[in-house]
Structures are given as C-alpha cells and as structure tokens.
Design a protein. Structure first.
Length: 152
C-alpha cells in the first residue's frame, strides 16, 4: 500500500486533470464539472459535462468518463480504476459507478443539494472506497463562480 503522502500527491495530480476538464466544460457553457479515470496510475478516460452540447440530461462528466474508460479497457467493469471528479457525483452517476464496480471514487467538492450521499449513500459498489475533499477549494470555487455568474 502506498504511503498517504504519495497517494495524496497522486490524487491532487489527477484532480488537476479533472479540473482542466471542468474548465473545458466552462468554456462550452456547461456546468463546470470534470472527471478523469485512472487505472494502475495511467489516465484511461477524461471527460466533462456535455448535457447542453448533447441536449442529454444523462451526459454528466462521470457518465462520459465511465463509457470512455470501458471502451478503452475493453470491459464494462472497472474494479481497478479510480474516478476523480471535481464535484460529488449525483445519484445517477454514483449508481453508474456502482454498476461499473469502480474501485475508488475521489471527489473535490461536496454537493449538499444533489449529491449521492444525501439521496443514495449505499449506491456505490460494496468494495469501493471514497476519498472526499481533494483540492476542495478549487473545485468548489469553480462551481460557486459559475452559478454566481449565471445569476448576474
């Protein structure tokens, strides 16, 4: 098992990649949420929200990333993969994480209103581990600023 400091560095590095994806979403007028899936230290998928672009309410960053990772790895189950996402997954995305058997979920900012922890805390795969709060301030600020700008 990796030491905590080393794992924290990896988590922050991967979350920065997810934040870069969130910036791409922001540039497209999407809710700025980004996701990266890594497997054995290698990025196998990158995605961001595309709900406006695709006119599809299910086109969340996590859903896009899970599909891309499954295609890249050639299988629907991702037990050795880690999802890094800038905001706590909604119940739909957390359910998809459960069905994909993602081994680990790492997210930056909590979503008190729509996050899975509020509505479906047991939806992830039984063996999945969760790490919360990686680069939380950056992830949270991106969302707060986006919604503040919408209200102007």
């Amino acid at each position: 098992m990796m030491q905590n400091d080393e794992q924290q560095q990896i988590d922050e590095q991967m979350m920065r990649k997810a934040l870069a994806e969130a910036q791409l979403a922001l540039q497209k007028g999407e809710v700025p949420i980004g996701a990266v899936i890594a497997c054995k230290g290698r990025v196998v998928a990158r995605a961001h929200n595309l709900t406006e672009t695709l006119c599809d309410v299910t086109a969340h960053a996590e859903m896009q990333a899970i599909t891309a990772a499954a295609n890249m790895l050639g299988g629907k189950y991702l037990p050795e993969c880690t999802l890094y996402v800038t905001v706590e997954p909604c119940p739909m995305c957390a359910g998809a994480c459960g069905w994909a058997q993602l081994g680990r979920i790492v997210y930056g900012a909590r979503d008190e209103k729509r996050g899975y922890e509020r509505f479906a805390p047991k939806v992830l795969h039984a063996k999945a581990t969760v790490t919360v709060g990686v680069l939380e301030d950056e992830c949270s600020d991106l969302m707060k600023n986006f919604f503040a700008d919408l209200r102007k």
